[in-house]
Design a protein around this ligand. Sequence first.
Ligand code: SF4
Ligand code: SF4
Ligand code: FES
Length: 358
Amino acid sequence: MDVALKIWRYDPDSGERELRHFEVEAPEWACLLDVLDIVKDQVDGTLAYRKSCRMMICGSCGMRMDGRAVLACKERMKPIVERGHVPVVSAMGNMPVLKDLVVDMQPFWTKIRTMKPWLDTGYEEVPEHGEFIHSQEEMNPIHKEALCIMCGCCVSECNSMESDPEFFGPAALAKGFRFVGDPRDRTKIERLERYNDEHGIWDCTRCYFCNERCPKGVDPRDAIAKLGAESIRVGIDRDMGAKHAKWFVHSAKTTGWLRETELVPKTQGVAAAIKETKFALNLFKHGKVPLPFPPHVAKNVQEARALHELVGAQGRDGAAGIVQGERALARIEHTEHGGVQRDAPAVTPGEPTPHAEG
Ligand code: SF4
Ligand code: SF4
Ligand code: FES
């Protein structure tokens, strides 16, 4: 098949960027990485990009196609060619570009390292009674986070990192939950304290772009939600984000509504609320907020309370209460034949496996 694509080139010596058009012949099974190989082999040997495994394992070939992060070795070109589309390929976002499609991953690795990405079992030598055996059920809660291949696609798309490059970011925080949720690790509280620092979990804007673009189904936003829920469960709730989340729950349980007028005093404190009095009065004048007293209580508030009690009775506090992305909204992928298929792992972390139920 004849493949056309445009590539954003970047020359680090001159600092110039240029959008170059390429057309090559490629086999029908070719993925984006194969096409780049053909371009480099037959048209322009100076084209720079990263690759290694060619089978979605090493995480080297992250880049953007039409403005969204992809693994070049995962993207089939045939459907794109059949649509007559000419994709634009560029380097990943949120990381400095070194040359063409190659970015500097140093900031990425620095953040991964701050997560202390290794098991801390609390002992240095194997205890006398030998190994500790853990069941599949115990390991299921970190099944998805353990799938991360460190490609950086989520970081590339992260809105929070775009405004605050210091934000720990989706990949590092997913790595953090991989150890917080590991029953063998003994430093959970210490880790959660660290992840609750400035630039930590509560700085996520919940845009879900990381879930959307992760090529391995890690769903980093869900990992961040689990870290938040686990922090609150163990009493680490100093951040405004944690207070905000707690107020949402309390408000929904007691009235069936979100009492927005009380959000500021409950999350930022009374002093901050007083400073916002003029703004609040203006909102009230224009009918944007109701009076806080008496609080509006939903007619069927008992339904909200019953739901709260049900979740409590299920023991789903902390990370276990976070509904996984593939459950909340099945990941839909369009097939080559025009239909759709659901792309979800067979095992849902936190839930018993069919084997265990049997
Ligand atoms: S959900 Fe949070 S971590 Fe994920 S891309 Fe958006 S801001 Fe970044
Ligand atoms: S979470 Fe997904 S997108 Fe992010 S680095 Fe890991 S595999 Fe890549
Ligand atoms: S080359 Fe290894 S993930 Fe693409």
